[in-house]
Design a protein around this ligand. Structure first.
Ligand SMILES: Cc1cc2nc3c(=O)[nH]c(=O)nc-3n(C[C@H](O)[C@H](O)[C@H](O)COP(=O)(O)OP(=O)(O)OC[C@H]3O[C@@H](n4cnc5c(N)ncnc54)[C@H](O)[C@@H]3O)c2cc1C
Length: 318
């Protein structure tokens, strides 16, 4: 007889890990975590710079934790250790390198399908974030420049002239890191870094004051060209500059194709529609974390979604 899980959680980031931990600590023991990457928390691993400060109160969002996962301020490394420990302590059954391709209703159950297997579950939580699809600019990136266009800090080497594009905390943190070893410019199309926390803002303007970094506000890019393997950047104000590398930090998008395949109702912008308990149009199929938030999320928001979902699953079982 095939195992029927109480809960299968798709995506092993903060929301997915919190969901399996909340489930276990509240008496749901037959739970499974499926993660596409070779380890949990791929967004943190791939998009946080090394030694990044991780704030519990992120971008001014509410930092009150309602569930059992007691997350605190730390660094990229301490945050990953924290989630490692949770998975170990709760003896979570997790399968890595296991990308979920679709979820389909099958009577009272849900079938969760990967390339190698189908798992049956009474409830499913989708917590796959948005960084599997980092946002791309709306102008064309010449394919010949692919090696020098980044969406995180992978492959950035010392001594390059780098342009960071974006106006959020990620962009500012990338620029602050890169300027240690590179000639760095950060360009943002608006006139203020209004979404950036005070610590990052202070650090950025201090570096600008000491000419360690160039800050270009009101700089909207209209076109990129290949100039002998370097990136020729055209700004809407008529300026043209050439860089060795361009790093985009402009958020991520909803995985519309996946949601469509699962027949999950979405709004006109491709965001999944959920009720106040994070349940989708498909009964017992919940969606939480960054993927349900229109304007970026936080680790605490992800943990709180997990808490609400598990509480609802348990309440419905009576
Ligand atoms: C650069 C950067 C800095 C940030 N700094 C902070 C901070 O200091 N403090 C803070 O609170 N927040 C911060 N955030 C936001 C925070 O990282 C997110 O809000 C949080 O990671 C969301 O968690 P999640 O579990 O919803 O999604 P994610 O963390 O994105 O995790 C989703 C997981 O699902 C997996 N997955 C995707 N598709 C599939 C699939 N089909 N099948 C199986 N698995 C799949 C992914 O590999 C990934 O591991 C930052 C974000 C970025 C990008």
């Amino acid at each position: 007889m095939q195992n029927i899980y109480d809960l299968v959680v798709v995506g092993g980031g903060p929301c997915g890990i919190a969901t399996v931990v909340e489930a276990k600590r509240n008496g749901l023991h037959n739970v499974l975590l499926l993660e596409k990457g070779d380890n949990h928390s791929q967004t943190i691993r791939k998009f946080y710079k090394d030694n990044k400060r991780v704030d519990k109160e992120y971008k001014g969002q509410d930092s009150t934790i309602h569930g059992v996962v007691a997350f605190e301020d730390g660094t990229k490394e301490s945050t990953l250790d924290f989630f490692d420990k949770l998975l170990d302590e709760e003896k979570i059954k997790a399968i890595f390198n296991s990308e979920v391709e679709s979820i389909k209703k099958d009577g009272d159950l849900l079938n969760v399908t990967t390339a190698n297997a189908t798992f049956k579950a009474k409830s499913v939580m989708i917590s796959i974030g948005k960084m599997g699809r980092p946002n791309k600019p709306d102008y064309k990136i010449p394919p010949s420049l692919n090696q020098v266009i980044n969406f995180n800090l992978d492959n950035c080497t010392k001594g390059e002239k780098v342009l960071v594009v974006g106006g959020g905390n990620s962009a500012v943190e990338y620029a602050i890191e890169l300027c240690l070893y590179n000639k760095t410019t950060i360009a943002y199309r608006r006139d203020d870094f209004s979404r950036v926390n005070e610590t990052n803002k202070d650090a950025l303007w201090e570096l600008e004051k000491h000419k360690k970094i160039k800050v270009r506000l009101n700089h909207d890019i209209t076109e990129l060209e290949n100039e002998s393997g370097r990136v020729r950047v055209h700004y809407s104000n008529g300026k043209i500059r050439v860089y060795d590398r361009v790093v985009y930090a402009i958020g991520g998008s909803s995985p519309v194709d996946f949601l469509q395949k699962c027949q999950i109702a979405m709004d006109e912008k491709g965001n999944p529609i959920v009720d106040e308990k994070y349940q989708s149009n498909i009964p017992s199929l919940y969606i939480g974390g960054d993927i349900v938030l229109k304007n970026g999320g936080s680790i605490v928001a992800a943990l709180n979604h997990a808490h609400v979902v598990v509480k609802d699953i348990i309440a419905k079982r009576g």
